[in-house]
Ligand binder design. Structure first.
Ligand code: ADP
Ligand code: MG
Length: 754
């Protein structure tokens, strides 16, 4: 986009945003597209996965499956196999196997397929006793480490390349360097092609001044940018490469820090009506009516919130707390405080079902304090209204009117509250529950509804490690509710290997019957509704993290399992079982939930629709079928449905996955702890790098390339501190380098890419 090119203020940003075609040619540029590399900056940012010394023998014993490697080794033996016929009529094909060694540890198998002529050619090249450099991805075949179709060049006794086609020369060029960087590559773009291109990009960039002010570089102790790129792409030593990488990582952390610091400063610069806490009002009446005393955490967080609300600029606070940690009570106290101070509160939930549940919980907790407008209403009473897309027109009109007139102190709803139809007389506070489905834009839309900015409280039950919070929600202050209110019970979690121990499955159903006989209730959760559904997943994402782990057996489905368990003589035939899933009509869903809550149903066989918000303290047992197909946080949420009352809970995770798989590791983490923060960190650790930030709350994917939120915690924190300082010194961001950095991170192209 040419407009992109001209709007940058610094020469560095101009050059970094030049299309790579200008540097490497159209054909190569096209090949780079696959790696999501389009500009000179993208290319310079594409750093080697690892470095190896050009002269050192790679330790074959250290290779890990999945790694891209280049090894210097000697051919020990070759063996050609003829293959008959060939598939799809492509003529005869043969197979060549070779074994290479470094003379000490281990050997590596190389396998090539091709027409007999090629096989002959390769076999001659791979002459026993000669050395070569072999590059490819380490695979496993028949328990042996293997490179399938590696790229290779053979070396003569002086270490020079034999032959000399173009690719060979490029590779040799790279191999003469002191350190060889091994780049993430594709079939068409080999690591040495990338090295060459990076060198061209480096030449193109050289001479541009560093966009990062020298003062910032000094504080951070990082290299100048050109130096850093050179260190990364043409290092002489590994520490030098590491220093270069440090600078590039700092840039990522700093850009986010700067953008967040600025958003926060911007929010602060808006005026907001202070809503100081007032004694003897609705809030005090509510506190007096609570059947329990607040936990210490609830009191502390409430105090932080009341302090924020008393300020003349909007509160921007994220409240994190486990399922059941009592966030709703904290939110209610904030809302009541605002009502006491003459404002209204909007409470946003991600779905209509949840909005309706919140409406019920909140009106119930408020009791007569929510009866304003009726004859017996107590002095400080207010009104609570629900606004959803599907409610009857007449009721909706009434609710809208109550919001617009200011009679309704609390207005509960979904995104519908963001529509223009909904007017508030005096919107003072917005509470967003389960932030994941609300984006920054939506927050902004709601803010636009009030003449001055409303205060904002965002709540999430998914614990977010500190540095993730810093990168994703760095414009918000955070509060955490760590304790779970008294009256909660232990939940023991056991992984049941349904293949190795099928008897446990029957035992599980028996156990459900026993729980029911004790007066308890249970949940059985499946990933899909019916086996005829190809996907059929209901509710939220189901996360088999990677393709390799694609489950082999078909997933258990609600309808079929219900049939099996409740048929005559079936294990649950003697108790009251119902199904619950997203395809049931809304009334039927509500009816089933209501009857379950009332204890008229013993067991629910459901999809993940029960994941959030459902609160039935009598439920003590949960079986999660195909638990290996769920992600850690989802399992944690699901399990949060039991152990909510006085009865200890049991959660059984059915799994058919290999005990050595990553899925199995996820399950053992879930079984090991109920600490949501520990699980969130485990989740980060176990997910693949690119997925770390995943799709963030507004559905876009993270653009972090080099930064790893767990490993780079310190860097992230210090970059943020430096960024805060920059914004304090230069609130309007007049420095051209800083302005380019912020523009880039806030630009839609940046947000949409990667
Ligand atoms: P969250 O929204 O964080 O999941 P809730 O606010 O819904 O948690 O609280 C879960 C349950 O715990 C509710 O039934 C609530 O009434 C109860 N609860 C909240 N705070 C306390 C407390 N301090 N002591 C006892 N029970 C509490
Ligand atoms: Mg809640």
């Amino acid at each position: 986009m040419s407009s992109t090119v001209t709007r940058w203020r610094t020469e560095a940003y101009q050059r970094l945003h030049a299309k790579i075609a200008a540097v490497v040619g159209d054909k190569t540029a096209k090949a780079f597209d696959k790696l999501d590399i389009r500009t000179v900056g993208d290319l310079l940012q594409h750093v080697p996965r690892r470095y190896m010394a050009g002269t050192e023998l790679s330790d074959l014993a250290d290779l890990q499956p999945g790694e891209e490697v280049a090894v210097l080794a000697e051919v020990a033996r070759t063996q050609a196999h003829a293959m008959q016929g060939g598939q799809r009529g492509r003529g005869a094909r043969g197979r060549l196997e070779a074994w290479i060694t470094n003379g000490r540890h281990g050997r590596l198998n190389l396998t090539f397929f091709g027409q007999p002529k090629l096989i002959d050619y390769w076999e001659k090249q791979l002459h026993q006793g000669t050395r070569g450099i072999f590059a490819g991805k380490v695979g496993v075949f028949h328990d042996q480490l293997q490179l399938s179709h590696p790229d290779f060049v053979m070396l003569d006794e002086h270490g020079r390349v034999v032959g000399g086609s173009k690719a060979n020369e490029a590779m040799a060029e790279v191999s003469r360097a002191d350190l060889i960087g091994i780049y993430p590559a594709t079939a068409k773009l080999r690591t040495w092609n990338i090295a060459e291109s990076a060198n061209l990009a480096l030449e193109f960039f050289e001479g541009a001044d560093d966009p990062l002010p020298a003062s910032v570089r000094d504080r951070a102790g990082v290299l100048e940018l050109t130096e850093a790129y050179r260190a990364v792409h043409q290092p002489r030593t590994k520490p030098e490469a590491a220093r270069g990488l440090e600078r590039l990582k700092f840039d990522e952390a700093f850009a986010i820090g700067l953008a967040m610091a600025r958003r926060k400063a911007l929010a602060r610069s808006h005026g907001s009506v202070p809503r100081p806490r007032r004694a003897d009002g609705l809030l005090d009446a509510f506190d007096g009516s609570l059947p329990f005393s607040l936990t210490l955490g609830q009191r502390q967080v409430s105090d932080q919130i009341f302090a924020d609300l008393a300020q003349p600029h909007p509160m921007q606070r994220l409240l994190q707390g486990e399922v059941g940690s009592g966030k709703t009570v904290v939110a209610m106290r904030a809302m009541l405080g605002v009502i006491d101070a003459g404002g209204q509160a909007a409470f946003l939930a991600p779905t209509e079902v949840l909005a309706t549940q919140h409406y019920q919980t909140i009106t119930k907790m408020l009791g007569e304090l929510a009866t304003a407008g009726t004859l017996d209403a107590p002095e400080h009473a207010t009104q609570v209204v629900l606004i959803t897309g599907s409610m009857p027109a007449a009721r909706k009109r009434e609710a809208l009117l109550a919001a617009a007139s200011g009679e309704a102190g609390i207005v509960i709803g979904t995104h519908a509250l963001l529509s223009d139809q909904v007017q508030f007389a005096e919107l003072g506070l917005v509470v967003v529950d389960e932030q994941h489905r609300f984006g920054v834009e939506q927050r902004a839309a709601l803010g636009a509804k009030a003449t001055s900015q409303p205060h904002l409280l965002v709540m999430t039950a998914t614990p977010i490690p500190r540095t993730v919070a810093m990168t994703s929600f760095g414009d918000l202050e955070t509060s955490v509710l760590r304790e779970i209110p008294a009256g909660r019970s232990e939940v023991s979690t056991v992984v049941v290997d349904t293949i190795a121990a099928p008897a446990w499955v029957d035992r599980a159903w028996q156990r459900i019957v026993e729980e029911v006989k004790q007066g308890r209730q249970a949940y059985v959760v499946c990933t899909r509704i019916s086996i005829s559904d190809v996907l059929g997943y209901d509710g939220l994402e189901v996360v088999p993290d990677d393709q390799e782990e694609a489950p082999k057996t078909p997933a258990i489905a609600v309808e079929e399992l219900y049939g099996d368990l409740t048929q005559d003589g079936g294990p649950l035939s003697s108790i009251r079982v119902e199904m619950l899933h997203g395809r049931l009509p809304a009334e039927q869903k509500d009816d089933v939930m209501r009857r379950y809550a009332a204890g008229e149903i013993d067991v629910l066989i459901s999809t993940t629709v029960i994941e959030v918000g459902v609160d039935v303290p009598n439920a003590s047992m949960m079986v999660i079928c195909d638990a290996d197909r769920f992600g850690i946080s989802q399992l944690h949420q699901l399990r949060g449905r039991i152990g909510r009352g006085e009865h200890p809970g049991v959660c059984l995770l059915f799994s058919s996955s290999d005990p050595m798989s990553q899925a199995a590791e996820r399950l053992s983490e879930v079984a090991a702890t109920r600490d949501g923060f520990r699980l969130a960190e485990a989740d980060l650790r176990l997910r693949r790098e690119g997925d770390v930030l995943g799709a963030d709350q507004s559905g876009r994917r993270s653009s972090l390339r080099l930064l790893r939120v767990l490993r780079d915690q310190e860097l992230i924190a210090s970059a943020r501190e430096i960024a805060d300082g920059c914004i304090a010194d230069d609130p309007e961001i007049e420095d051209p380098g800083l302005a380019d950095i912020v523009d880039k991170i806030e630009s839609p192209e940046w947000l949409e890419r990667a």
